[in-house]
Design a protein around this ligand. Structure first.
Ligand SMILES: [Cu+2]
Length: 243
């Protein structure tokens, strides 16, 4: 009996070791993937990065990736409703909001669960823009993403189908700094599951605004600590001198 337990725990140890090895390998792989991704982004932008993937229509005017107008998410019995949105991208739509530079004509869309959405994505700027939705089911959408990109002055049309759960999806432009500068929006399915932060005209910025007096908390803590230590050091000396 004791032997058995020993063998079992021995095996357990082995399993632990091999699974630790596996997860280390997994980590390395993830690291490589992220590194490779960053490298591809730097080398040739999104076009190169995604050119290996299926489900993509691409030409000089832009692209539509993972378009889906037929396949139902597993939790949907049928298409509940069809929507047609025109999403316009441009610097002009940033004007109403402080510290933004780019924007969409709308930063929120509301749809019913299991609906089919056709987006006409129109880019009024000279630079390219994207409208990318994240968090969709990966068994339909590669990387859980529906992605449109329109070259300057061009329009793309694409369709996708959302699942049945109440959820708020991020829709944004992934080109460097475009989301930070205003190209962030949300697609609310059903009741959604909470607003995203920093949506122009909709939700507050998550970061506190930088001011002259603002310092990170750890600096304040450090200063406080230095204060305590010097007080503890100086106090007995001051008392001595007083005598
Ligand atoms: Cu953009």
């Amino acid at each position: 009996m004791i032997d058995l337990v020993a063998i079992r725990s021995g095996r357990g140890g082995l399993n632990l070791a091999s699974s630790a090895g596996l997860s280390l390998r997994g980590l390395l792989l993830v690291g490589l993937l992220i590194g490779g991704h960053a490298f591809a982004e730097e080398k040739g932008g999104m076009a190169m990065d995604h050119s290996m993937q299926g489900g993509m229509v691409m030409d000089a005017t832009g692209m539509v990736m993972n378009a889906n107008s037929e396949r139902l998410p597993e939790d949907c019995e049928k298409i509940s409703r069809d929507y047609e949105f025109t999403v316009i991208a441009g610097t002009k739509y940033a004007e109403p909001f402080a510290d933004t530079m780019f924007g969409f004509n709308q930063h929120e869309w509301k749809v019913e669960p299991c609906s089919r959405i056709t987006v006409t994505f129109k880019n009024e700027d000279q630079v390219r823009h994207q409208w990318m939705v994240h968090g969709l089911p990966k068994y339909i959408y590669d990387q859980g993403m529906f992605h449109m990109e329109a070259a300057g002055g061009h329009t793309q049309v694409g369709t996708f189908i959302v699942p049945s759960d109440d959820r708020t999806y991020l829709a944004h432009c992934d080109i460097a700094q475009h989301m930070e500068k205003g190209m962030k929006a949300q697609l609310v399915v059903g009741r959604g599951d909470g607003d995203l932060w920093s949506i122009p005209g909709l939700t507050a910025k998550f970061e506190r605004p930088p001011t002259a007096t603002f310092l990170p908390r750890w600096i304040w803590l450090g200063l406080l600590l230095v204060g305590f230590i010097s007080a503890a050091y100086l106090w007995p000396r001051l008392i001595k001198r007083g005598r």
